[in-house]
Design a protein around this ligand. Structure first.
Ligand code: PLP
Length: 357
């Protein structure tokens, strides 16, 4: 069985070495080619990466279907999110977000003294685009809309046509930041990346990308913003030096972008883990939202708090996601290796038999 086959290779989960199903990371680690590239890059770490960074910019442009000058490189997408918000910070600007989404947009706005308008979620934690439109229309002043698609922590996508048509309608004084950190995992054929709008020439949208998820580089810190040239330049002004990303990160990024086999394996393991975990949760009577990401969002069993559920799994050396209010009776679980998924499934079954979850 999967568990037995993999247990020879991976150390058994322990308090010192728990299964991290909590941070939406990639369990595979860097691809073999990226590891080699990083090791090889050590010899060049005393030099500024003038040429290599332009190679990376061109590779990012090719990956997303744009031109190099439309790419602003950043240290993780976190820096690109911050720079985009700061670039469009003007008098009376507001940030509009769904109530349940990734926290970076709100955090940057708060640090910059920008008021945040949170729009209540629709059924099953869906994003209420009509509500977001109203929040923009009702504001006297400019708006920045931070839209995570697929969304975190809900794992779901919105109707691409509804979102993209809203952006195409160019609401006055509105800049859209569309964070597609998880877009590489989407399997739903109806998904259309908002990157296509940049290709159409729109100047009211920035697409944010990260190397932390499919590319397994969370610890190396690389990301980028993709936008029309004047927008990209504006964002770049808020990054210390987009021409000076760190040398090992550039080396790994270039290796990963060209490593089709690794990216396919990354997707395969993610889907396999999801199948095991979703089935295990269903066995506990827990439903999950249709996940298009490397994590699932599941409703806790009646009468079981997140504290109790996460606590019971922690005793079995499995860490699941933190609380995401207002979804207080839901849990976010990140995908892990197939062996760890099988271990988690067994533990959940045993904990249920012991009436702990
Ligand atoms: N955007 C979303 C939606 C995320 O979930 C995360 C991290 O989990 C990030 C951005 C930040 O990623 P990084 O700064 O590692 O690129």
């Amino acid at each position: 069985n999967v568990l037995a086959a993999a247990s020879a290779a991976a150390p058994a989960p322990s308090a010192q070495n728990p299964i991290l199903a909590c941070f939406n990371e990639n369990p595979l680690g860097l691809s073999a080619k990226a590891r080699e590239a990083v090791a090889e890059s050590a010899a060049r770490c005393n030099r500024y990466p003038f040429a290599a960074v332009e190679q990376l910019r061109a590779a990012c442009a090719a990956f997303i279907g744009g031109k190099p000058e439309q790419i602003t490189l950043s240290q993780g997408s976190a820096e690109a999110i911050r720079a985009s918000i700061e670039a469009y910070k003007t008098e009376n600007v507001q940030l509009v977000i769904p109530e349940l989404t990734y926290g970076d947009g709100e955090m940057c706005a708060v640090r910059n003294g920008i008021p945040v308008t949170k729009v209540k979620m629709g059924p099953d934690w869906s994003i209420d685009i009509e509500g977001m439109k109203a929040a923009v229309a009702n504001h006297k002043g400019p708006s920045i809309v931070y839209f995570v698609n697929p969304n975190n922590p809900t794992s779901t996508i919105v109707d691409s046509k509804v979102l993209n048509d809203w952006i195409r309608s160019k609401p006055a004084n509105t800049m859209f930041l569309v964070d597609e950190a998880y877009a590489e995992f989407v399997e739903d054929k109806a998904f259309v990346s908002t990157a296509t709008l940049v290709q159409e020439g729109l100047e009211n949208v920035i697409v944010l990308k990260t190397f932390s998820k499919l590319f397994a580089m969370a610890g190396l810190r690389l990301g980028f913003a993709y936008a029309a040239k004047p927008v990209a330049e504006k964002v770049r002004n808020h990054i210390a030096y987009d021409i000076f990303q760190n040398v090992p990160a550039i080396a790994a990024g270039l290796a990963e972008l060209n490593d089709e086999a690794f990216l396919a394996e990354s997707r395969r393991v993610n889907a396999a883990s999801k199948k095991i975990i979703v089935e295990a949760l269903a066995g506990l009577g827990m439903r999950t939202l249709p996940s298009q990401t490397n994590f699932v969002f599941a409703e806790l069993p009646k009468g079981v708090t997140l504290e109790a559920f996460a606590g019971a799994l922690k005793e079995k050396f499995v860490m699941v996601g933190r609380p995401f209010p207002p979804a207080t009776n839901w849990v976010r679980i990140s995908m892990v290796s197939e062996a760890d998924s099988a271990y988690m499934a067994e533990q959940m079954k045993a904990l249920r038999a012991a009436k702990k979850i």
